[in-house]
Write a protein that binds this ligand. Structure first.
Ligand SMILES: Cc1cc2nc3c(=O)[nH]c(=O)nc-3n(C[C@H](O)[C@H](O)[C@H](O)COP(=O)(O)OP(=O)(O)OC[C@H]3O[C@@H](n4cnc5c(N)ncnc54)[C@H](O)[C@@H]3O)c2cc1C
Length: 293
């Protein structure tokens, strides 16, 4: 397995912003993954895994560590009976295609989530009333302690959250689904995709929802819309004119532009609604939102 230097991480994210990673590797098996972790440990480098970069904001300075992107046997997809067995680097789109062909339902919600199986485990991705926790049996986690299988409860999955930390890599995941005719699955997916298209920017470079929905009658999008933020722009980034909980790369956005928009959005939500918004997007260091005044 080759370790590359100075790979542009912006190319690996859906927003298309951010600096380079100091080192980069594509492990294709659990053994290669363990070798990569040892390589980083010997050099005292932090490790982060990137899926499709669809929930990720990489700092303009880049990441001074080892970035992993899983491939080969860590991105394969098999269906056995009612079970989906996937490498964590497999995309949700490929998984959905395979389970649909096998007549297994319950994964349709993921048609709206442009990520990988591992990214879904990391933040318990979900949409339309379902999430990873609802269908996941167990995930194979690899870190300095070696590989071990963990259940959703052991992973601490809750709303857009797991207890996983950088340096812990999701290598594989296994799900149980339910038999459903292929035509029914297709119809479910078409309905969910139409709902998504009507409400969110689907043809722009974004990282999905910026903030988690707060405990409030308004979701984060409606709240920021009420703050007058739709279309608000800083540098090359703008709050989507279509859905205020999305930030679009309007023209050469830097991570700093996106962060400045997030700071302004949090300030206004706190001022107008007394709500402290918490970001859903994951940061690849050294990024941080300042505390609210
Ligand atoms: C248009 C759009 C719509 C979206 N809609 C939704 C939605 O409806 N619901 C939803 O939940 N999300 C949504 N998202 C966000 C995103 O697609 C999901 O969070 C997705 O699960 C992220 O997966 P990823 O593979 O792209 O992860 P990345 O963005 O690459 O990474 C996200 C985090 O997971 C970690 N990670 C990724 N893979 C691994 C691994 N194998 N092992 C350990 N850590 C890993 C990364 O280090 C990072 O901290 C949307 C995004 C976009 C752009």
């Amino acid at each position: 397995m080759k370790i590359e230097e100075g790979v542009a991480l912006s190319r690996l994210t859906t927003l298309g912003a951010g600096g380079p990673g100091a080192a980069f590797a594509r492990p294709e098996s659990v053994e290669e993954l363990e070798q990569a972790l040892v390589w980083a440990r010997e050099r005292e480098l932090p490790v982060a895994t990137i899926g499709l970069g669809s929930n990720l904001l990489v700092a303009d300075q880049g990441f001074d560590g080892l970035v992993l992107k899983l491939g080969g046997g860590l991105a394969d997809v098999q269906v056995e009976g009612a079970r989906l067995l996937a490498g964590a680097g497999a995309t949700n789109a490929v998984c959905l295609h395979r389970v649909r062909a096998a007549g297994l339902g319950g994964f349709e919600f993921a048609c709206a989530i442009p990520g990988t199986v591992g990214g879904g485990v990391w933040m318990n991705a979900g949409a339309y009333g379902s999430d990873w926790a609802a269908i996941l049996d167990r995930a194979l986690i690899v870190d300095e302690q070696g590989p071990r299988w963990l259940t959703p409860a052991e992973l601490g999955l809750s709303y857009r959250h797991s207890e996983l930390r950088h340096g812990q890599v999701v290598a594989r995941a296994e799900f149980t689904l339910a038999p459903l005719p292929e035509e029914q699955i297709k119809a479910n997916v078409a309905r969910l995709q139409a709902l998504r298209k009507a409400a969110q920017p689907t043809n722009k470079r974004t990282f999905g929802s910026v903030f988690k929905n707060p405990e409030h009658e308004l979701g984060a999008g409606r709240m920021l819309e009420a703050c007058g933020l739709k279309g608000y722009r800083i540098g090359g980034a703008q709050i989507s004119p279509r859905h205020a909980n999305f930030i679009e790369n309007a023209d050469g956005a830097r991570a700093a532009d996106a962060v400045a928009l997030m700071v302004e959005a949090r300030r206004r939500a706190a001022e107008q609604f007394g709500v402290e918004l918490v970001h859903e997007v994951e940061f690849l260091s050294p990024l941080e939102l300042p505390p609210l005044q």
